[in-house]
Design a binder for this molecule. Structure first.
Ligand code: C5P
Length: 220
């Protein structure tokens, strides 16, 4: 893989949802399919990188010699796996839809239904991307933002607050963008607030575009 744009580079990617246990049979989760993160990992490997892909529960699998797929369940496990590899990482992309909250107490036995309503107390999960931004030395760090209002302003705010080198904005206002589907429509924003908007494309083609933006910046 010598001579490829990412030869010798180590890439860390998060993908998919996280599942936060309520009891042995129930969890809090979301509808992230993991597709965008897996496509980013495949593209990075094809560009010559050594890839660590940390994924929450998905239906996806990957069989590629250059991709180390680490399967996790919870945000805390994803956090731990990321921090284990981060020191040796050149480019990190957080594409996972991490649960912001987890149940404060996990019942040891399956919870029985009772009369009346139920309240489950939630506590905050760590923000993995924020923590990587705080620890950043030479890594090129990229986040995602899925916004429904004031998209550009919110994405720029996130970029600065989380100490990122770039952020990928996908708007729910665009048909075909975001969760579940196989297409996405993105805007790439770097830390100098250079902004580039792309057409609706397959997530595989979106992954190529994102890597083109990143490689042009890490080699510049
Ligand atoms: O702040 P917000 O959740 O909108 O930021 C989204 C970005 O932060 C995504 O890149 C997502 O992967 C990352 N994130 C994270 N850990 C969390 C929450 C979000 O890594 N607990």
């Amino acid at each position: 893989s010598r001579g490829l744009p990412l030869s010798g580079k180590r890439v860390l990617i998060t993908a998919g949802p996280t599942h936060e246990a309520i009891d042995p049979v129930r969890f809090l989760g979301n509808r992230s399919s993991g597709t965008m993160g897996f496509e980013l990992a495949k593209r990075a490997a094809n560009l010559g990188a050594d890839v660590v892909l940390v994924s929450g529960p998905t239906n996806l699998n990957i069989d590629h010699g250059e991709i180390n797929l680490i399967k996790v369940t919870t945000a805390q496990e994803m956090y731990d796996a990321c921090h284990q590899h981060y020191n040796k990482t050149d480019v990190a992309i957080c594409a996972a839809a991490v649960a912001d909250y987890r149940p404060k107490h996990v019942a040891k036995e399956k919870m029985k239904k009772k009369e009346g309503d139920l309240q489950i107390e939630l506590e905050r999960n760590p923000d993995i991307l924020l923590s990587l931004g705080e620890k950043k030395t030479n890594q090129f760090l990229v986040g995602f933002a899925l916004e429904t209002e004031n998209e550009l302003e919110n994405a720029k705010g996130k970029l600065q607050r989380k100490n990122l080198d770039a952020i990928v904005l996908n708007s729910l206002k665009d048909d075909g963008a975001g969760f579940g589907g196989n297409t996405n429509k993105i805007t790439f924003i770097d830390k100098n607030l250079d902004i580039k908007t792309f057409d609706l494309k397959t997530k595989s083609d979106v992954a190529s575009d994102i890597w083109e933006e990143i490689t042009s910046r890490i080699h510049a």
